[in-house]
Structure formats: structure tokens, C-alpha cells
Design a protein around this ligand. Structure first.
Ligand code: EPU
Length: 426
């Protein structure tokens, strides 16, 4: 199993190019199931989760190809397609549930494994099932699989008003893809507004879908009979950008993030500014950028994770690492997932002072962390341990970094490029 060895204490300087967003690429790969024509994505990040999704699609009979340097990947879901997602693949990546909506909408039946347990919370898919049932699907859970089909005599899902009990990102994405090919109009109330949602909608619109209101909590979809191929560029990964911002804020330094959209990170940037970092953002010929400068010790910041545009749960662990060495005490409240503090015990091994009580972690900033061996437990927890390692005195070894490889595109190369002392070893 690969590990990372980090020698802390270096300030970071230079430029990093942000990759395409994992959480946009995964649904967009599934959207290729909606047509038999070729679909081409650009800026697809090089990640394990993307490789898993590609395997899942290949397993159904989708032809895929990579092209070019800049993350080009094409897909063709021409018949025959076997509309099934087996447990062996789904268990390693929950986002496989995103195949359910498009398969059902195009083929009228689908069999997708239930994802099972997850480190950060129970993460049920009841809302996905309820929403697709409202569109006319018959779904039963048997032998660990969601088996979905249309009633006898029907060839398409029908439009519906879907108001989910909570905001769900992949749920909204499943409904959007299903509604794009359904008969009639669908209204999504309480829709997720994360930037990956409007990005998926732009792609679906380029395929011929009729969608309005994306980027708000009410989305209208007028179903069409057929969708066609398209070329679409995956939006920049706001969580990767936010992770680098926290890393530089913690170590000190001066770094420009290329292809990073500051507007998608408003809640995180506001906290970094309050903490005392200097941030400027804008657009130039090469695209959007964010520059961060940080000197001296920053002030600890309390925050509460909420749906977009609030503070993202996917940035909670990384910002907590920053709070560990900031001045003062901060209260971090996690409201999205019930078990997303697994990095806390590992940060404590590095000397951090953190007390948790249910959804709340109280972090008392200290002068310095001290390097140790720590264990990554999930994707964003791994990123927080890397940040902690970058500021800790001496050497930190982060074990089980396969979690990191699921969702960060060449993180250690990018960090080395801006001056970090970080190496991968077995
Ligand atoms: N929920 C239910 N029932 C459902 C769906 C969701 O109870 O049917 C609950 C979840 O258990 C959770 C809350 O609703 O408590 C929100 O979950 P959501 O459905 O929005 O999460 P997700 O779609 O499974 C995506 C990202 C996550 C990110 C969350 C929240 C993808 C592939 N994954 O998950 O990303 O944390 O939204 O923003 O888009 C990550 O990248 O590290 C990651 C975990």
C-alpha cells in the first residue's frame, strides 16, 4: 500500500493547475448512457474514481477512449448495453448509483447494486428511489440490488414534481438525467445547487435536453424523446482548489491556482480572509485564477457545513487542519454527514487539541504540530492529514493514501511543484 512521507515546515510558492472536478466528471460520464451517439468530455481528472466509473461503463458495453493530454475521454453507449451495475464495482464507489437514472430513462430497466456502508455516514439512497418512483418507475430491492423497470405498456418515464426530504447532490443528478428523457415536465424542488449541478445541466442541454432554473433550488426539465452526442468541458474542481488554499494558508507562502473559480468557493474564501490570508481572484487570458498569500499565524475560524452555497462538507477536514495551528479556538459543526470527524483522532496523534461531541468539534489552536505516522480514513480526511503533515515539525507518514488517489489528481506532484517536501513510497 502506498504511503506519503512529508517533511513539514516548507512554505509554498508558485503555481498549481487545478484539474476537472471529480464530482462533475462522474455524473457526466453517466450522462453518456443517455444517447447512442459519441459523447466527448474534456478536462477529465486522472483519478481512481474516474477509472472505476470507466470500468463500470465498459462492463455495461459502453466503448470508451482517452485522447490528448488535457483529460479528453470519449464514450459511446451504442446497443447492445447491459443496464447493470454489479456490487463488485459499486461497493468501491458510491457514485455508481448515478447510473440508475440514465439507464432507466433510456432502456426502461436497470439493475444497480445498493452501495452498502460508507466511512463518513450511512448515506442511504431512499430519495433516489422515491424520486424515480414518482416518475413512474417500479423499483424493488432484492438480493442487494435496486431492480427498476417501467410498468407494462410504458416505454418512458413520465415527468413529476419531486421534492426531496433533504438536498441531495447525486439524487438531483439522477433526477435530471432521468427527466431529460422522460415524457412531459419534471419540477425538481429543493434541488442541489452545487456548481457540479449546473455543469451537468450545461452538458445535458448541449445533448438536446430542455432545462431551466439550474443553479437554483427549482429546476424545470421538459423531457425530450432523444438526446444526441456532445463535447463538454468538465468544470474545475472547487474542492481541490479549496484544499490547496488551506494548505498555503497553513504553511504560509504565495501560490496562484490556475483554472480555479473563486466564486465556487465563496464560503471558504470568506473564512480564509477572516483568518488573515490575502486572496485575490479574477480572470485572464489563461482562464480564472485565485492567488493566495499567507504570512504569520492565522486566526482560527468557526464554521458550520451546509449545502452550497454554504461551507462545503468536503472542505471541513482540510479547514480543521488549518484551525489546529491557528491562533484561538474554533467550533466546527458538521451537519451533512454523521460520521465525518474520523480525521480528528489522527490530527490528535500529530498533537492537535480537538474535542468532539456529536456534530461539533472544538479545536484549540496550538503553535505547532509534531510529525507522526497517521492513517487516512477517507478522501477528504486524507487531504487534511497531508495539510497537517506540511506544517508539522519533522516527518509525517500518511498511510492508506489510496483514499487520496480516489479524488485528487497528482496531489503530491502538484505540492512538490510549489516547494513541498513530499514523497510517495511503498
Ligand atoms: N441522503 C439521504 N437519502 C438519500 C440521499 C441522501 O438520506 O437518498 C442524505 C445523506 O446521507 C447525507 C445528505 O443526504 O446526509 C446529503 O447527501 P448527498 O446525497 O447530497 O451526498 P452524495 O450525493 O452522496 C455528493 C458528493 C460528496 C459530497 C456530498 C455533499 C458526489 C459523487 N459525491 O455525495 O462528495 O460530500 O455530495 O456535498 O458528488 C467527496 O467528494 O469526498 C464526497 C464525499
Amino acid at each position: 500500500m502506498d504511503k506519503l512521507r512529508i517533511t513539514g515546515g516548507r512554505t509554498l510558492k508558485g503555481e498549481v493547475t487545478i484539474s476537472g472536478a471529480k464530482n462533475a466528471a462522474l455524473p457526466e460520464m453517466c450522462a453518456a448512457l443517455l444517447t447512442d451517439e459519441p459523447v466527448r468530455l474534456l478536462n477529465v481528472p486522472r483519478l481512481h474514481d474516474v477509472a472505476t466509473m470507466r470500468r463500470l461503463l465498459n462492463n455495461m458495453g459502453v466503448k470508451t477512449e482517452t485522447h490528448g493530454e488535457r483529460g479528453g475521454m470519449s464514450f459511446q453507449a451504442a446497443d447492445p448495453i447491459q443496464p447493470e451495475a454489479p456490487y463488485e464495482l459499486v461497493k468501491t464507489m458510491r457514485a455508481s448509483v448515478l447510473a440508475l437514472g440514465p439507464l432507466l430513462a433510456r432502456f426502461g430497466h436497470a439493475k444497480v447494486s445498493l452501495p452498502g456502508g460508507c466511512a463518513i455516514g450511512s448515506r442511504p439512497v431512499d430519495q433516489h428511489i422515491k424520486g424515480l418512483q414518482a416518475m413512474g418507475a417500479e423499483i424493488v430491492v432484492e438480493h442487494g440490488y435496486m431492480v427498476a423497470r417501467l410498468p407494462q405498456g410504458r416505454s418512458r418515464l413520465h415527468g413529476a414534481r419531486i421534492a426531496t426530504d433533504m438536498v441531495t447532490v447525486t439524487g438531483t443528478e439522477n433526477f435530471l438525467m432521468a427527466a431529460a428523457l422522460a415524457e412531459g415536465e419534471t419540477l425538481l424542488e429543493n434541488a442541489a445547487q452545487e456548481p457540479e449541478i449546473p455543469d451537468l445541466c450545461e452538458m445535458l442541454i448541449a445533448m438536446g435536453a430542455k432545462i431551466e432554473g439550474h443553479g437554483t433550488s427549482r429546476i424545470h426539465i421538459q423531457g425530450v424523446e432523444r438526446l444526441h452526442g456532445c463535447t463538454h468541458q468538465v468544470v474545475a474542481d472547487r474542492i481541490e482548489a479549496g484544499t490547496f488554499l488551506c494548505a498555503v494558508a497553513a504553511t504560509g507562502g504565495d501560490v496562484v491556482l490556475r483554472h480555479a473559480n473563486a466564486h465556487h468557493l465563496d464560503a471558504v474564501i470568506d473564512k480564509l480572509l477572516e483568518a488573515g490570508a490575502e486572496i485575490e481572484a479574477g480572470a485572464e487570458a489563461a482562464g480564472a485564477f485565485i492567488r493566495i498569500r499567507s504570512t504569520g499565524r492565522l486566526k482560527a475560524q468557526s464554521f458550520r457545513t451546509t449545502e452550497y452555497p454554504g461551507f462545503p462538507t468536503d472542505m471541513q477536514a482540510q479547514f480543521m487542519a488549518l484551525n489546529c495551528i491557528a491562533e484561538g479556538t474554533a467550533k466546527v459543526t458538521e451537519t451533512i454527514f454523521e460520521n465525518r470527524f474520523m480525521h480528528v483522532n489522527e490530527l490528535v496523534r500529530l498533537g492537535a487539541r480537538i474535542q468532539t461531541d456529536g456534530k461539533v468539534a472544538v479545536v484549540e489552536g496550538i503553535d505547532r504540530l509534531s510529525g507522526a505516522t497517521v492513517m487516512a480514513t477517507d478522501l477528504r480526511a486524507s487531504a487534511s492529514l497531508v495539510i497537517a503533515g506540511l506544517v508539522a515539525e519533522g516527518q509525517t507518514v500518511v498511510d492508506r493514501i489510496y483514499h487520496l488517489d480516489r479524488g485528487y489528481d497528482q496531489m503530491e506532484e502538484k505540492l512538490r511543484g510549489i516547494g513541498a517536501d513530499i514523497v510517495r513510497f511503498k
